[in-house]
Design a protein around this ligand. Structure first.
Ligand SMILES: [Zn+2]
Length: 83
């Protein structure tokens, strides 16, 4: 039985997980309209810079294919660093 009092105790991780699964499907963009180049996503994953990548990071919140690609790049970076 889940304890109802714990419901409001939403962990940040759970929220991020929700945002991830939501963003990865909410905005299909088969035409890839307005998508940044893959090299730009790579650069942002490697050297995130809020000013330089403002438009790209904003695009990620509106485009599921790019969001998924970016998540992939981040995961790749992480495994590369772990080695
Ligand atoms: Zn896109």
């Amino acid at each position: 039985m889940p304890d109802p009092k714990r419901r409001k105790d939403i962990k940040e991780k759970e929220f991020l997980g929700f945002a991830k699964s939501y963003l990865s499907e909410a905005f299909p963009n088969p035409q890839r309209n307005g998508c940044p180049r893959d090299s730009e996503l790579t650069r942002m994953a490697e050297h995130p810079n809020e000013t330089a990548h403002a438009s790209v990071s904003q695009h990620l919140t509106r485009c599921s294919p790019c969001f998924n690609r970016y998540m992939e790049l981040l995961a790749e970076l992480k495994t590369r660093k772990a080695k």
